[in-house]
Design a protein around this ligand. Structure first.
Ligand code: ATP
Length: 305
């Protein structure tokens, strides 16, 4: 759906994008990660035809962007990081206004507004002024605006970063609903737990280049080291040595009756762990598997590891 090759962009002497390549498949939610100032918004502005670029090739829905900007903008929706509205307008008035200026068939505008208000859960607030909306409500209204014309591709710039956990959850559910309708979604965010919940694939942009691009489940399989947390009925220091004899055990930390066991061969560990632990005479109280998070991977990538 989107192919980007050797995309370069600089502001004055500042090279923000040093030749990035990536591609996004139809219907995919693509998580675009990077630290503040990494160039995520710049990339989105380029892909939506709002900003020029120095060099590179961008193909969207089979068409080169540069010679088809107007045509492609008709199939693109964009929710900027901080969407702006006329605060004196009511939610419904704003949607009517968007319907009219975007050329939506006049006779269908009322119906579309009702659908969208329902989608973003603003039906009851529709006749209130936007100036009185919460941040989450404004973000949901912005999302309704960005999907008004049923875009094939939706760009979301940090859509949940200013929202509380409930607001984020609601927004993520709406985004997942859009994926069910086969919308391709390009999502930039700082909130890695959100990425883990909804993205199919992620890319990490760092110092002008893409350092990692991978399907989320591959990433979890390849990079996330499993960690077992084990509680024993008494001090478990004596168990450390025999456990370290196992080829699949990497490292063990012990704090009185609490053991943290790092393994480097998850499959072997799964097959052997319970058998080995049951051989000890010390009773075990609990055992849980904790995976390191996407945050750990992100930190490793930006620290050059
Ligand atoms: N119009 C501009 N003129 C000059 N420099 C710019 C311009 N727009 C962005 N930049 C610079 O380009 C770099 C990338 O900015 P961008 O907004 O794309 O980053 P970002 O990854 O979206 O960051 P954030 O997460 O903070 O929004 C920053 O150093 C920024 O200061």
């Amino acid at each position: 759906m989107i192919q980007v090759k050797n995309l370069q962009k600089q502001f004055g002497k500042h090279e923000v994008l040093k030749g990035i390549d990536f591609s996004i498949q139809p219907g995919e939610i693509y998580g675009f990660l990077g630290q503040n100032g990494a160039g995520k918004t710049t990339t989105m502005n380029i892909l939506t035809g709002l900003t020029s670029y120095r060099e590179g090739e961008i193909i969207i829905d089979g068409l080169p962007l540069q010679s088809n900007i107007e045509k492609l903008q008709k199939i693109i929706g964009y929710l900027p990081e901080d969407p702006q509205f006329y605060p004196y307008m009511k939610g419904i008035e704003y949607l009517e206004y968007i319907g009219k200026i975007s050329g939506y068939p006049r006779e269908d505008i009322d119906q579309r507004n009702r659908e969208l208000l329902q989608l973003v859960d603003l039906t009851e607030a529709a006749s209130r002024k936007i100036g009185g909306y919460s941040r989450g409500m404004r973000q949901r209204l912005g999302l309704a605006v960005s999907v008004y014309n049923r875009p094939k591709i939706l760009f979301l710039d940090e859509p949940s970063s200013a929202l509380d956990p409930q607001g984020r959850r609601e927004l993520l559910d709406i985004i997942l609903g859009l994926k069910d309708e086969k919308t391709t979604i390009f999502l930039s965010t700082h909130i890695l737990s959100d990425v883990e919940k909804i993205c199919d694939r992620i890319a990490i942009l760092h110092e002008g280049t893409i350092h990692l691009e991978e399907r989320l489940e591959v990433l979890q399989e390849r990079y996330l080291q499993p960690v077992y947390e084990i509680q024993w009925e008494g001090n478990c220091s004596a168990l450390k040595e025999p456990l370290l004899q196992q080829s699949w055990v990497d490292k063990i930390n012990i704090n009185n009756n609490h053991m943290t066991l790092y393994v480097h061969d998850r499959k072997k560990a799964q097959g052997k762990l319970l058998e080995v632990l049951s051989e000890f005479s010390l009773p075990m109280i609990s055992l849980s598997l904790k995976r390191s998070s996407l945050e750990d991977i992100f930190v490793k990538v930006v620290n050059g590891k």
